[in-house]
Write a protein that binds this ligand. Sequence first.
Ligand SMILES: Cc1ncc(COP(=O)(O)O)c(C=O)c1O
Length: 398
Amino acid sequence: MRHAEAVIDLDAVEANTRLLRRAAAGAALMAVVKADGYGHGAAPVARAALAGGADMLGVATLPEAVALRGAGIAAPLAAWLWTPGEDVRAAIAAGVQIGVSSLDHLAAVRLSADVAPANSDSPAGRVPIHLKVDTGLGRNGVMPGDLTRLLDAIASAERVGDVEMRGIMSHLACADIPGDPSIDVQVRAFENAIAAAEAAGLIPRWRHLGNTAVALAVPGARFNLVRCGIGLYGLSPFADRAGLRPAMTLHASVALVKRVPAGQGVGYGFTYRTSRESTLALVPLGYGDGIPRSAGNVGQVWLGGKRRTIAGRVAMDQVVVDCGDDDIRVGEDVVIFGSGDQGEPTADDWAGYCDTINYEIVTRIAPRVRRRYVGGSWGEVGDIAVGATDSGAGGSAQ
Ligand SMILES: Cc1ncc(COP(=O)(O)O)c(C=O)c1O
C-alpha cells in the first residue's frame, strides 16, 4: 500500500516538448529543468524532453547542472545563476555552458578555463558562455550601461581562447501578458544588446529571451531559442490549457477512517467542526510534503468519486476530509491534483485555492513524496528516486 506518491507521466512531458517545439515555429528549444524539474525530477524529465526534441537543457544553479551530468546526461546544458566564488570549476569541467552577468563572473570563469573539455564547437580550454543581459526585469544580468565594458572583456577573453560566447540571453517580466508594452521595450533592448555584441566582434550562436509563454504566444520574442519550463510539465502560463498535458498527479491513500459525533473539532485551532455525525478520512500529506498551509478549509481533493474540501488546518504531515455519510475505506485513493480528466482538482485549481501560481504548486512538492515514473519512449524507467543516477538518453548538439 502506498502512503503518498507523485506519479509523473513522462509521455506527457515528451508530448508537451513536441507541442512547444512546434509552437515555437523554427526556434530551437531549451528544456528548463531547474528546481528538480519543477518538482518532477530533473533527470527523468530531461530525458523525456530530449526524446521529445529539446535541443538543450537549462538549469539555474551550478550544482543542478553537475547533478545532471552525474546522472549520465551528456546533452548541451546551461546554468545561469551563480555567485562568483562558488565552485564554477566543477561545472566547467563537466562541460556546462555558463551564464555570465558581470566582470566578476567572467573573471571566475577564466580562472577555470583550463578544465573546459572540448566540444563540437571549440577546443579544450575554452568555456562556452551565455552573456546574461538585464533588458528590464531588474533581476540577474548586466545593465545596459555596463554592457560595453563586459563585452570588451569577453572579446579579449575570446581572443586569447579562454571563452567562447555561445549565447546571449535575457528574461521577460510580462511574457504571460501578450501585448503588454514592456515586451516590445525588452525586445528592443535585447536587439540593442545583440548589436553591441556584434560591434564588439562577438557573434553568439544562441539568442534567447523567451519562456513557455513566448513559445506559445509571443512570436516577436523568440529569436532563435526559447527556454521552456512550465509547459514541459503540462501546465500553461495562460488561463487556456493550450493543448498541454499535466504530467504530475499527486496521490495519497486514506490512512484512517473514523465516525465522529456532531460538533467534533478537527485539527489545530479547531477551525472546523462537524455539523452532524460524520465520517472523517485522514489523508497523510501535509505542509511537510509541500501542501500549502493556506489550503486549510479551502483546498479540495478527489476522494470516492467526488471533490471534497479539506476540513480544518493543513498540518505538517496530514489533512482531514469530512466525508459525511459516504462509505470511505482505509487505503482508498485520494487525488490531490492531476490532469482533471476524471473531475479531480488540477494544479491550476490548487493555485486558485492558495492564491499562487501553478508553478509553485508542483515545484514545492517535497522530496519526502516518492516519485513514480510512467511512460518514457526510450524504455522502461519504473520507480526511481528523485535525482537518481540511472543512465539514459543524451543529445549531442551544442
Ligand atoms: C531565466 C529563465 N528562463 C526560462 C524560464 C522558464 O520559464 P517558464 O517556466 O515560464 O517556461 C525561467 C523560469 O523561471 C527562468 O528563470
